[in-house]
Design a protein around this ligand. Structure first.
Ligand code: 9Z3
Length: 320
């Protein structure tokens, strides 16, 4: 039943159309995502949409200032790699310039510090990668190239909340063409608040007007139409981020009860690299790395993705 807190899909869709400007390339990208899903789906492959990074909410139409959501993109980029290892094709809907699969390992490296010149110093010299600066670069590059050659990774970028919302809807509709083979892994950090166009100043807010007070509206929840209407047969996972651990599981359960999707990965900001809880309708599983595993740089995303792979397999057999 619809309520003020959980609006029905047509209301969400109406607000999306009226209050969030669609990016001009959304139909083109939707076509690419549909072709990607159908190609891999008909080859018997599962397809996952991984969302990653934070959304940006403008405070002015001619934007100088904006509000950002915290996320490095590491969860999404790392998870995308593990999904690829398990045979998924991946649509990677990510914030422009946030971490990216494979290159994420070298994100802190200055390109020019990672290369050496050999055999001369002129324009015809040879450039080689410095393994000290780019550890394990050979195997990582090989895997990246295999993924690229196989057409297994489709990157799609967003920056603003509006772009994210429209591209998410397009992705959901595109992946719905392969039914239960599709998974949604919604790890992006999405703003809950925005300023509608009718209330947004056109020009840069002037500090000469004194202290700034901003009133923001609630962003419509996309999860409801995604689960109910856009991709009703897909396996859908959302993330819940809190800073206060004492409310985390309650909030995760609330989300699951409201949207009736398949799992919520609950995490706390400070401990997210080593501890998450996979919350489902009738269970909750803690995934935790030991201190030794953290030292050895074991990645918790490997455990999350393995857990969801098994759950997705079970889900697909139930749907058939
Ligand atoms: C997450 O909780 C992700 O795990 C993190 C990953 C963003 C914490 P990093 O990118 O961090 O590796 O640095 N994502 C969901 C965050 C979010 O915005 N959730 C909202 C909520 O919890 C909306 S679903 O209410």
């Amino acid at each position: 039943m619809a309520s003020a807190e959980t609006p029905s899909s047509p209301i969400v869709e109406g607000r999306l159309a009226q209050e969030f400007a669609a990016p001009s390339h959304v139909e083109t990208v939707k076509g690419l995502m549909t072709e990607f899903a159908e190609r891999h789906g008909s080859a018997g492959r599962r397809v996952v949409l991984v969302t990653s990074g934070g959304t940006k909410v403008p405070l002015e139409s001619r934007t100088v200032r904006f509000l950002d959501n915290f996320s490095s993109g590491r969860r999404g980029a790392t998870s995308a790699e593990y999904f690829l290892e398990l045979g998924y094709a991946v649509v990677f809907l990510h914030r422009h310039r946030s971490l990216y699969p494979y290159t994420r390992r070298y994100a802190g490296v200055n390109l020019l510090d990672s290369l050496r010149l050999e055999d001369g110093t002129g324009t015809s010299c040879q450039v080689v990668a410095d393994e000290q600066v780019l550890p394990n670069i050979g195997p990582v590059l090989k895997r990246y190239q295999e993924v690229k050659k196989g057409g297994l990774l489709l990157p799609v970028e967003f920056s603003t909340l509006s772009e994210y919302l429209h591209l998410l809807k397009a992705a959901a509709q595109a992946l719905s063409t392969i039914g239960s083979k599709a998974m949604f892994y919604l790890a992006a950090a999405v703003s809950d608040f925005y300023i509608p166009p009718s209330e947004m100043p056109e020009h840069k807010i002037q500090s000469s007007n004194g202290p700034l007070q901003i009133s923001m509206k609630m962003v419509p929840k996309m999860l409801r139409p995604l689960v109910k209407d856009w991709a009703p047969k897909a396996f859908v996972i959302s993330f819940k981020l809190e800073t206060n651990p004492s409310i985390l599981l309650e909030r995760a359960r609330q989300a699951l009860a409201t949207y009736r999707h398949h799992a919520v990965i609950a995490n706390v900001l400070d401990t997210r690299r080593g501890y998450v809880v996979v919350v489902t309708q009738d269970d909750q599983v803690e995934l935790a790395l030991t201190e030794e595993e953290m030292r050895q740089e074991v990645e918790i995303e490997e455990r999350i993705v393995q857990n969801l792979f098994a759950a997705h397999t079970h889900f697909m057999t139930q749907q058939d």
